[in-house]
Design a binder for this molecule. Structure first.
Ligand SMILES: [Zn+2]
Length: 67
C-alpha cells in the first residue's frame, strides 16, 4: 500500500516544432488541410488523418518562406 500519492510529473514537452495547427475542412468528401493563418492549401486527402499527417510535414510557404 502506498500512503502517499504517486508523484505526478508534468506532462513531458515533446521536441516538436511550434507550428500552428493546420485547419482541416471537409469539402465534397475530400479533406483539405490549410494554413490557419493565411488559408494556403497545404494538403488534401480522403481521410482526415491523412490530411492532417501530410499537412504537418509541410510548412506553409506563404507564412514560412523557405529558400
Ligand atoms: Zn500561411
Amino acid at each position: 500500500m502506498h500512503p502517499a500519492p504517486y508523484p505526478t510529473r508534468p506532462y513531458p514537452t515533446l521536441p516538436y516544432p511550434t507550428r500552428p495547427q493546420p485547419a482541416l475542412h471537409l469539402l465534397n468528401g475530400l479533406w483539405v488541410a490549410s494554413c490557419p493563418t493565411c488559408g494556403f492549401q497545404l494538403a488534401t486527402a480522403r481521410t482526415q488523418a491523412r490530411a492532417e499527417r501530410r499537412s504537418r510535414r509541410r510548412v506553409c510557404p506563404v507564412c514560412y518562406e523557405v529558400a
